[in-house]
Design a protein around this ligand. Structure first.
Ligand SMILES: [Zn+2]
Length: 318
């Protein structure tokens, strides 16, 4: 009988399949992955190499693919079998020391003026797409999350305090309120709130894992929700429910007829978040998108989606 996969590994397996189409984001993601799980080694001719270790096979595969395809580096993989039951195998990737590695390390911001640089990766934080990719790399390299049935807990573990602080700053930028603590020389950045964990997983692209998380939470939260609903003003609630029901119907129509991929990014983003949170208010949707759009902007997008749906509905009849 096989050991059931941990929720953290479900998340990592999904994230490992997310390959960003932009090279800026690929670099940002690899940079944080290497900061979390990589070490530098010095080889012949004082060339630098990299060792990277992970317990997740899909993560190892992703690192290998990016290293080989994007940077054409020579790599070796060694698998250490777990000696004990319930322990995972470890995958050690060795990037053979060559002059090309130095170039990669410079691009990743790990090397500056010939020395190893452990400061902030500000260069990767100019664009929102890269900031998300950077956090995804951090989770792949040193992240963990409890199964949603248990206590809510998500953490990013690194051996550098400075890097931990970088992650805290980056998460605050996205309106999270992470805490940091140290445990035997490791620095742990963590979230304890179910909503925050859900948004964080969404932000870094683990959308399927979020559905699992939501499913478990909704069962857990049923009692709370009933209480909340009773306390709500019924009229407002009805209005919100009617509007979001209409929006969901519009979006489903668009998805059926032409596919959501046909929409411009902003509309597709609005459509997806609405489908994921059919019961949320517009303001809550704005929060889910980390306030990259305001409430009136979100309203505008919903009206746009409605227009498209109406056009499609008219076209179908004719
Ligand atoms: Zn980017």
């Amino acid at each position: 009988m096989s050991v059931p996969m941990s929720y953290a590994n479900i998340v990592k397996n999904e994230l490992a399949r997310v390959i960003s189409s932009k090279s800026c984001c690929q670099t940002a993601e690899l940079a944080s992955l290497m900061r979390m799980g990589g070490t530098l080694v010095i080889g012949g001719n004082r060339n630098l190499g990299i060792n990277f270790t992970t317990e997740n096979a899909a993560v190892a595969r992703k690192v290998l693919v990016v290293m080989k395809q994007r940077f054409q580096l020579k790599t070796q993989v060694i698998v250490t079998r777990a000696r004990r039951l319930k322990k995972n195998n470890s995958y050690h990737i060795k990037v053979i020391p060559t002059p090309e590695v130095t170039e990669l390390l410079t691009q990743l911001g790990l090397l500056r003026q010939g020395g190893i640089y452990s400061g902030q990766d500000k260069a990767f934080f100019r664009k929102a797409c890269c900031r998300k990719a950077y956090l995804r790399g951090a989770f792949l390299g040193g992240g963990s999350v409890n199964r949603p049935e248990g206590d809510y807990h998500l953490e990013l573990v690194s051996s550098s305090e400075e890097y931990g602080k970088t992650l805290v700053g980056l998460m605050k930028y996205f309106n999270f309120s992470p805490r940091m603590t140290d445990r035997k020389g490791d620095y742990i950045v963590y979230l304890k709130d179910g909503d925050a964990i859900e948004s964080f997983l969404r932000l870094i692209g683990a959308c399927e894992a979020v559905q699992i998380f939501k499913g478990v939470r909704s069962v857990k939260g049923m009692r709370n929700k009933v209480n909340r609903l009773v306390n709500c003003e019924t009229a407002n609630l009805q209005k919100t429910v009617d509007a979001s029901f209409r929006q969901v119907e519009n979006i489903k129509l668009i998805a059926r007829v032409q596919g959501l991929d046909s929409l411009p990014y902003t509309l597709r983003e609005a459509a997806e978040v609405r489908l994921n949170y059919p019961e949320a208010t517009l303001q809550e949707l704005v929060e889910k998108l980390d306030r990259t759009v305001g409430k009136s902007g979100m309203n505008h997008r919903m009206r746009k989606l409605e227009q498209i749906a109406q056009t499609l509905a008219g076209g179908n009849q004719g």
